[in-house]
Design a protein around this ligand. Structure first.
Ligand code: ADP
Ligand code: ASP
Ligand code: MG
Length: 415
């Protein structure tokens, strides 16, 4: 007998028929004699609908949105889905009940809209599991120190599932979604994308944080920290021993490492260039401190070599939704910092190639730059780590670039 946490995403619980399909996965594992806890997302589109409703209402009041009320509103999507799945399981003769985050409770930090899980009380869940009951837990939700409902950020149900699996010391956490595993790149963009049988935690972490939304980044961090065995598979197919999902595991559980295992992209980028900034000590510190004080996260940074020893151009990227705030913050201190002009460009994308094999293969960057050059795509900024190379390009070339690189690194399914 194993203890399993099964997580089902939005498309998997999109309507009553799909919820029944999900319930059959749960029943199969329960019938096999396993203890099963379930984590669910809101029905597909529901969180977006609730966010839009909250935003429309806040705008009408012309005030800043109260993040606690935002959470109270958007968390309801998961409550509905958990109740519907518990009802379906009961209908199939299984003893199930729904659990909202506050009822367990799943304790989180106070950062509404982007809370972090701090602690999960397990005594009650343990007792129910021992009796053969199936807890259906709402993903995405928690309870803050102010005793109010919090949410974990978009895609946060993955993190709820891994955290519940870690707290319950589950043997495995299965993430059921609308694709049958983690692919070399988004299979909805590149038809030739290939499913990975295994992917190392470190690689998955980079892929998630660089744009592959199949798992929330924080869920991979947690799985890595708590050694949770994580599997990604499709809720639309029966598990197939011949063709399993993807296992996220330690790198030494993977026999052979290709130079590049995956390609990710993010279109949520914007570029800011400060033209003719003074080239003297302390200026960069002042610029980035100001941005940090405004809670703006800066990603790639490029500073050109000063041609005249007096001034230089400084370029960096921020999340697209922060562009206006970054521009306002810097414009307000233009006189103090001393730059000629600020150029903002929301039309950029970040493209990344990721692979643990990069540590031992040379020429990975050269192949990337050559491929982009051959397609006439200009590289606007570069950043690297031991296992990834990211470049900034014009947004309209994203798909072309992902496809070309996929071929360059021998990742196409039929190669
Ligand atoms: P869920 O609602 O189940 O949480 P998500 O939409 O959050 O599902 O994540 C699944 C989606 O992630 C897939 O439909 C796919 O388009 C996208 N995706 C992006 N990159 C990858 C990748 N490398 N492998 C698999 N799926 C990916
Ligand atoms: N329902 C939430 C969202 O859409 C959480 C999740 O799906 O993981 O972001
Ligand atoms: Mg998701």
């Amino acid at each position: 007998m194993a203890r399993l946490v099964l997580k089902f995403g939005g498309t998997s619980v999109a309507d009553p028929e799909r919820i029944r399909r999900v319930a059959r996965h749960v029943k199969r594992e329960a019938d096999a004699g396993h203890q099963v806890a379930v984590v669910v997302s809101a029905m597909a589109g529901e969180t977006n609908r609730l966010v839009a409703l909250a935003e429309a209402t806040a705008l009408e009041h012309e005030g800043l949105m109260d993040a606690r009320e935002y959470d109270a509103i958007v968390a309801t999507g998961e409550s509905v889905a958990a109740g519907l799945l518990a009802l379906t399981l009961q209908d199939m003769g299984l003893p199930a009940r729904s659990w909202q985050g506050w009822q367990i409770p799943i304790r989180t930090s106070e950062v509404h809209g982007a809370a972090r899980i701090l602690d999960i009380a397990t005594a009650e869940l343990e007792a129910r599991l021992a009796q053969g009951q199936i807890p259906v837990v709402t993903g995405f939700q928690g309870l803050g120190p102010d005793q109010r409902v919090t949410t974990l950020g978009r895609g946060g149900s993955d993190t709820s599932a891994v955290a519940v699996a870690a707290a319950l010391r589950a043997d495995r956490c299965d993430i059921y979604t609308d694709v049958d595993g983690v692919y070399t790149t988004d299979p909805r963009i590149v038809r030739a994308a290939r499913k990975l049988e295994r992917v190392a935690y470190e690689e998955m972490l980079e892929m998630a944080s660089l744009g592959a939304k199949v798992l929330q980044t924080r869920s991979v961090e947690l799985a890595m920290a708590h050694r949770v065995k994580l599997q990604v598979l499709s809720s639309f197919a029966e598990p197939d021993a011949e063709n399993p999902g993807t296992l996220v595991c330690d790198e030494d559980e993977i026999v052979e490492h290709q130079a590049v295992s995956g390609i990710a992209y993010s279109r949520n980028e914007a570029k800011v260039t400060l033209v003719r900034v003074k080239d003297k000590p302390g200026v960069a510190g002042r610029i980035f401190s100001l941005l940090a004080d405004s809670h703006i996260n800066v990603d790639m940074i490029v500073q050109a070599v000063s041609a005249d020893g007096v001034s230089t151009d400084m370029t960096f990227t921020v999340a697209r939704e922060n562009l206006a705030k970054a521009r306002d913050t810097l414009n307000a201190v233009r006189g103090v910092i001393g730059y000629e002009s600020l150029v903002a460009d929301p039309g950029v994308a970040k493209l990344s190639v990721i692979g643990i094999g990069m540590r031992s293969h040379e020429g990975v960057a050269a192949a990337m730059f050559r491929t982009l050059g051959e397609k006439g795509i200009n590289i606007q900024a570069i950043s690297t780590s031991e296992i990834k190379i990211s470049v900034l390009i014009a947004d309209e070339y994203t798909e072309l670039a992902v496809r070309a690189l996929h071929t360059t690194y021998g990742l196409d399914a039929d190669s």
